[in-house]
Structures are given as structure tokens and as C-alpha cells.
Design a protein around this ligand. Structure first.
Ligand code: F6R
Length: 244
């Protein structure tokens, strides 16, 4: 629990920088699982600062984003491709071919195959070294909504009403908000060697308490992380305020 989200984001960026450097010294790729949304914004700006001011190189980094709305054009203002490019990829020296984000432009019939190739690519690199997560008000991680199984694969999912309401401010209303998305499954998240979930503000405090102190249940996918052997919830005081 940190004083505020800035201090917390700096600490997480520091851990990521250390991992990138260890992997560099081993001449290994550093495989990062990345999230979008408001929670990791401070982390990404700190990583950009480390690149610009402290020469942190991302040349050995390979990223896999958790999710993308479906359907979604990459150049749309609300695409996660646009989000990642603007806030991170275009400001660091990562190789474009090393950045992976689920493709929101596929035909429906292509999605299942595409998702299994997304997972195979992660496996071929030895799995995710460090996964960054946010958390939805309903306990979703990625877009693994309530009811997602612990062994769920990367797939097309229907978004919960609460998730769509949260997103609707970006889409100028609920009627324009996508109903579906492609998400990395819970299984690949749980297979990551290290998981860091970020949550800020009192609005997240109830779901943080349920996820950390409640029963492990597929009604609250973030609760699965209680069974991960190297997962940390990184919180500000507000998000931690209901923990006992
Ligand atoms: C986004 C994602 C989602 C968000 C969650 C929290 O890639 O995977 O699970 O992390 O909806 O969103 P924010 O951070 O905007 O509160």
C-alpha cells in the first residue's frame, strides 16, 4: 500500500526496469503482459521517463496486451492500439514487431484460431515474465468477467453491463460502446511468473477487499490471484481502505 498512485507507479516501474536489465544481461527477451485503462497510465509515463532520462532501453522487450474491444479499428480513438502507442510504444525504443495487441478487425470466424496463435506466441517466448493488471468494479481482470473459469483461454467475450457503463464515457454513450472484446484468458494470466495488479482510489476499495479477503470464486476473477505464488496488489490508500 502506497501513499498515492504516483509513488506506487514509480515503484512498479522500477521493478520492471530491473527485470528488463536482468533479461538484457542474460540476452533474453523480457516478456511483459500489459493492461490499458486508467490504472497503468502513471506506470507508462514513468517508464517513458526512465527511457528518456535514464536510458532504459526496451529493445529486448516483447509485450502482449490483455485485451481489445471487438470489433475495433486500430486507428479508432478508443482502440487499445491507439492507447498503447500514444502512452508508451511511440515514446520508447521498443520494436513495433514486438508489440502484440489482440486484433479487433478479424472476421468472427477467424477469432478462435487467432486466439490460440496469440497464446502459442506467448508460450514460444517462455511465457509472460511480468503481467500488469487493473481490476474492474466487478472483479474482472483483462476482460475476464464474472463467471470466467480459472482455466479459460484467450477468446471473444461478452462484456458485462457494468464494464460497458464504465467504458461508455469514452464512447459517448452506452449505445456506441462495444458489446464484445477479445481477452487473454485467466489461464495465461495465472501462468505469468509475476503478476502486479494496480488499483487506485476508494471506488475500487470494495472490490479490492472482496478479491483479496473474500473467497476464491469465478464470480470475482481477481480472487483467483490469491492462488498465484507471486502476485502483488499494488494499491494507494483509497483502494486499500477497506482491507481489514
Ligand atoms: C484493460 C483491462 C481492464 C482494466 C479494468 C480497470 O486492458 O484489462 O481489466 O484494467 O477495467 O480499468 P481502469 O484502470 O480504467 O479502472
Amino acid at each position: 500500500v502506497f501513499e498515492d498512485s504516483q509513488a506506487a507507479s514509480r515503484a512498479v516501474a522500477k521493478e520492471i526496469a530491473k527485470l528488463i536489465k536482468v533479461k538484457q544481461s542474460q540476452k533474453q527477451p523480457c516478456v511483459l503482459g500489459l493492461a490499458t485503462g486508467s490504472s497503468p497510465k502513471g506506470l507508462y509515463s514513468e517508464l517513458v521517463r526512465l527511457h528518456q532520462e535514464e536510458d532504459l532501453s526496451f529493445k529486448n522487450v516483447v509485450t502482449f496486451n490483455l485485451d481489445e474491444y471487438y470489433p475495433m479499428q486500430p486507428d479508432s480513438v478508443n482502440s487499445y492500439v491507439r492507447f498503447m502507442k500514444t502512452l508508451l510504444f511511440d515514446q520508447i525504443d521498443i520494436l513495433p514487431e514486438n508489440c502484440h495487441i489482440p486484433d479487433g478487425t478479424l472476421e468472427k470466424a477467424e477469432i478462435a484460431d487467432y486466439c490460440s496463435r496469440y497464446e502459442s506466441k506467448i508460450e514460444s517466448l517462455g511465457g509472460i515474465d511480468l503481467q500488469i493488471l487493473g481490476i474492474g468494479g466487478n472483479g474482472h481482470i483483462g476482460f475476464n468477467e464474472s463467471g470466467s473459469l480459472q482455466n479459460s483461454k484467450t477468446r471473444l467475450v461478452a462484456l458485462d453491463h457494468i464494464t460497458r457503463v464504465a467504458a461508455s464515457k469514452d464512447f459517448a454513450g452506452l449505445s456506441n460502446t462495444p458489446k464484445t472484446a477479445i481477452t487473454l484468458g485467466v489461464k495465461k494470466i495465472m501462468e505469468a511468473k509475476r503478476v502486479i495488479l494496480l488499483a487506485w482510489g476508494e471506488a475500487k476499495s470494495t472490490i479490492i477487499r472482496t478479491s483479496v479477503e473474500g473467497q476464491v470464486t469465478n464470480q470475482v476473477p481477481a480472487s483467483f490471484l490469491q492462488e498465484h505464488n507471486n502476485a502483488t496488489f499494488v494499491l494507494d490508500k483509497g483502494a486499500a481502505s477497506k482491507l481489514t
